[in-house]
Design a protein around this ligand. Sequence first.
Ligand SMILES: Cc1cc2nc3c(=O)[nH]c(=O)nc-3n(C[C@H](O)[C@H](O)[C@H](O)COP(=O)(O)OP(=O)(O)OC[C@H]3O[C@@H](n4cnc5c(N)ncnc54)[C@H](O)[C@@H]3O)c2cc1C
Length: 262
Amino acid sequence: MQLDRVSLDLRSGTAWVQGGATLGQTYYAISQASNVRGFATGSCPTVGVGGHISGGGFGFLSRKYRLAADNVVDAFLVDAQGRILDRESMGEEVFWAIRGGGGGIWGIIYAWKIRLLEVPKTVTSFVVSRPGSKSVVSRLVHKWQFVAPKLVDDFYLSVSIRSAAVASRGIGEMNAQFNGFYLACMTHLNGGFIKGDRTKHTTSKLFYIHELQKNGDINMQQIRSSDNVADLFTKSPPIATFKRMVHKIGMQMLKDVLIRGS
Ligand SMILES: Cc1cc2nc3c(=O)[nH]c(=O)nc-3n(C[C@H](O)[C@H](O)[C@H](O)COP(=O)(O)OP(=O)(O)OC[C@H]3O[C@@H](n4cnc5c(N)ncnc54)[C@H](O)[C@@H]3O)c2cc1C
């Protein structure tokens, strides 16, 4: 018995997730049932909901929907006396404690009842790596600290910093990897991506791209992941996709060109 079942009820917009399920299993079950529902947890699929939600649980949707624990509406808890308690029988104090107070402290979470969250059919995600010297990376991170909190709530932007030794594509001493996630197609950001009331006390040069977009000086276009030819140079796509992309950018083997030419 793995206690990893995820049972969804789309009508009430909730799901019971057993304490042994991983985030990956939870996301998968939700995605199989609906393409406009999601949940605000972390991005690592192997993490378990037992410890994750007990400690809060922060992820791509958290700027908009807060923590995973904030979206728990009920739970079954087995306490030290072996009693099985739901929200009503454990009381609001204990229910508050189990949502953020840490795993393995208040009892065993048999299952969480979570609120499913609204997500659009199309979202935008990106990963950008910027390797460089310590000063280059620290300048970027300094800038990120001002920009990230001022983005609209639908837009999540995190950065992780690694030494080049562990960074996958390190050129230079360090690497800053930016993970972005936007709850819509990027082209829908007509009004710009910075919240108007959040820019006070912040130098305007940090919002240069935002201003360009807002004024219509640059034109953002949607490129579906399957059509992103840039992936050819940064990822290892399946052979069929690789060939399609090679064809799309017009790349040819020199020997084929020479044979045709002669
Ligand atoms: C690769 C990786 C990526 C991560 N990414 C994120 C992220 O994006 N966002 C974020 O917020 N956190 C993230 N974390 C942190 C993660 O949420 C915590 O480490 C969490 O405690 C993991 O829970 P677990 O059940 O997988 O681990 P475990 O080590 O099994 O459990 C952690 C604690 O919770 C207890 N516990 C587990 N299950 C239950 C249960 N059913 N009832 C009661 N107690 C239980 C355990 O006894 C233990 O004390 C990440 C961790 C890793 C390893």
